[in-house]
Design a protein around this ligand. Structure first.
Ligand code: FES
Ligand code: FES
Length: 205
């Protein structure tokens, strides 16, 4: 049994040495992860296992039993490609598309650990993903676009949030009376006692 993208998927007839990539593609019909090299060099087969990016061609499927596997098929939200996938398409990172599922997994993994990577950090994260046609400029641009979008959404969400409950400097006492400051000898600037309870007179500090 493998847990993939939040669903338990029974695996039958597998040989104990089968790779996670093989089981995903050939036994479970999840063909998003690609078999580019079968030896951990190209990143086309990248998936997450328990939130960690792995080359699924190098992981024996049996070792992923009991773990949470996330593949490129699990990135869409409500049937819509993720923000990373949309940005990759927008920025011209997709030509033949063979490397893109692995790229998308790597970028999601990068942004989960580092929500605002520098270009150097992005390139370092992508160093295990080989692309033979589009180059990497589009991928780097896509990462920057996603970072900017997420920051903008976070700022909007903050603005929409109910203002935090203000700390109340004057609390009304029991009943409507509140605390009468004159009871503590507090006087107005004119020397008269302040005889209205704090919290009922417009906010004396
Ligand atoms: S197919 Fe796994 S790294 Fe290339
Ligand atoms: S788009 Fe073709 S290998 Fe990357």
């Amino acid at each position: 049994m493998l847990r993939v993208n939040g669903t338990d998927r029974p695996v039958t007839d597998a040989w104990i040495g089968e790779s996670l990539l093989y089981v995903l593609r050939e036994r479970l019909g999840l063909a998003g992860a690609k078999d580019g090299c079968s030896q951990g060099e190209c990143g086309a087969c990248n998936v997450q296992v328990d939130g960690r990016l792995v080359a699924s061609c190098l992981v024996p499927a049996v070792t992923a039993a009991g773990s949470e596997v996330r593949t490129v098929e699990g990135l869409a939200q409500d049937g819509r490609p993720s923000d990373v996938q949309r940005a990759l398409a927008r920025c011209g990172a997709v030509q033949c598309g063979f490397c893109v599922p692995g790229m998308a997994m790597t970028v999601h993994d990068l942004l989960e650990g580092n929500p605002a990577p520098t270009e150097l950090e992005t390139r370092q994260a992508l160093c295990g993903n080989l692309c033979r046609c589009s180059g990497y400029r589009g991928v780097v641009d896509a990462v920057q676009e996603v970072v900017a979008e997420r920051e903008a959404h976070a700022a909007e969400d903050d603005a929409d949030d109910e203002p935090a409950t203000p700390r109340i400097p004057h609390q009304a006492g029991p009943g409507a009376g509140g605390v009468n400051p004159s009871a503590f000898g507090v006087t107005e600037p004119d020397g008269e006692p302040h005889d209205q309870p704090y919290g009922t007179d417009g906010g004396q500090a």
